[in-house]
Ligand binder design. Structure first.
Ligand SMILES: Nc1ncnc2c1ncn2[C@@H]1O[C@H](COP(=O)(O)OP(=O)(O)OP(=O)(O)O)[C@@H](O)[C@H]1O
Length: 288
């Protein structure tokens, strides 16, 4: 975390719009997104299905140019994949090379960096230790469970020592118990490394449990509908945090915002406390 933009801003998205051309009609996936992530923040992004979360992440990661607006990383405009950013995708099965050991998979991106072999080995060992996979360094991905494979993908991202870690629904394909373990792993790594994290999820509980802030996106064409500070203690655990009254309030508020977004109220951002305590949140907390 050597560089930072003005006022400690790590990631700055300004007026981002994305229109897809080429089909029968143009699709305005993202209309006007503006938000900042401070250095070292962990921010979750939720929104209705198809609201443009993946489109936004691709623009942030420099994989696709926005139609208008800008993305800045530590004060520098992003126009191509920045070397200081790592992305963890949902589909761990496709992101690891089956014919390479766990160690080789984690080491691969480090070969682009000018590091000594000894430093590379050190980073690989540290990150495998952080995700609890030291004993599996010489195994192949296909010998591991889905949750373990996703931990390899996380180890690969953190070994790279990124300034910003983007995660696109990384736990959507693992079982509930593994998911809870991986959520705790992300918070532990985040607190230990001080990395800036933008975590996309369709799961409202996960967003509130993990985040220091939750950004709620409207339906497409997308704007930021709400920006909610998660004022829960930094020490979180799956039992007590989820039973905390404040957790329930925040979850209800995010749920109500998403419902409003799905009902097409997206382009008129809601007031800050309009929906706290909405009992509808008890029904379901996944966004579909
Ligand atoms: N290459 C493309 N060409 C045309 N339209 C696209 C393209 N990619 C995405 N879209 C449209 O843009 C909108 C946003 O898609 P995107 O995949 O970014 O949403 P999402 O929030 O990630 O979806 P989900 O929650 O289902 O994963 C959708 O209406 C989608 O159909």
């Amino acid at each position: 975390m050597n560089h930072q933009g003005e006022h400690g801003t790590m990631l700055k998205v300004t007026g981002l719009q994305k229109v897809y051309h080429g089909g029968a009609a143009d699709v305005e996936a993202v209309r006007d997104l503006t938000f900042d992530l401070a250095e070292g923040e962990l921010v979750c992004l939720v929104g209705p299905s198809g609201c443009g979360k993946t489109t936004l992440l691709k623009c942030i990661a420099g994989l696709m140019p926005p139609t208008s607006g800008t993305v800045e990383l530590a004060g520098r405009p992003v126009t191509a994949p920045p070397p200081d950013m790592a992305v963890v995708f949902q589909e761990y099965g496709r992101s690891l090379f089956a014919w390479m050991t766990v160690r080789a998979n984690v080491e691969l991106p480090l070969k682009e960096k000018k590091l000594t072999r000894a430093r590379r080995a050190e980073l690989v060992a540290e990150s495998l230790e952080a995700v609890g996979l030291t004993a599996f360094a010489d195994a192949y991905p296909w010998q591991l469970s889905g949750g373990m494979q996703q931990r390899v993908a996380i180890a690969r991202a953190i070994a790279y020592e990124p300034q910003v870690l983007l995660m696109d629904e990384p736990f959507a394909a693992v079982d509930a118990q593994t998911r809870a373990d991986l959520e705790d792993l992300i918070r532990t790594i985040w607190r230990r490394m001080g990395v800036t994290v933008l975590f996309v999820t369709h799961d409202i509980d996960e967003a509130v449990y993990l985040g220091e802030r939750v950004l709620v996106l409207s339906s497409s064409p997308t704007v930021v509908q709400d920006d909610i500070t998660v004022d829960l203690p930094a020490e979180r655990d799956q039992l007590t945090t989820r039973q905390d009254e404040r957790f329930t309030e925040l979850r209800a508020r995010v749920y109500a915002e998403i419902q409003q977004a799905k009902n097409g109220a997206g382009s008129t951002p809601a007031g800050p406390d309009d929906h706290a305590g909405d009992g509808a949140a008890q029904a379901s907390t996944a966004v579909h």
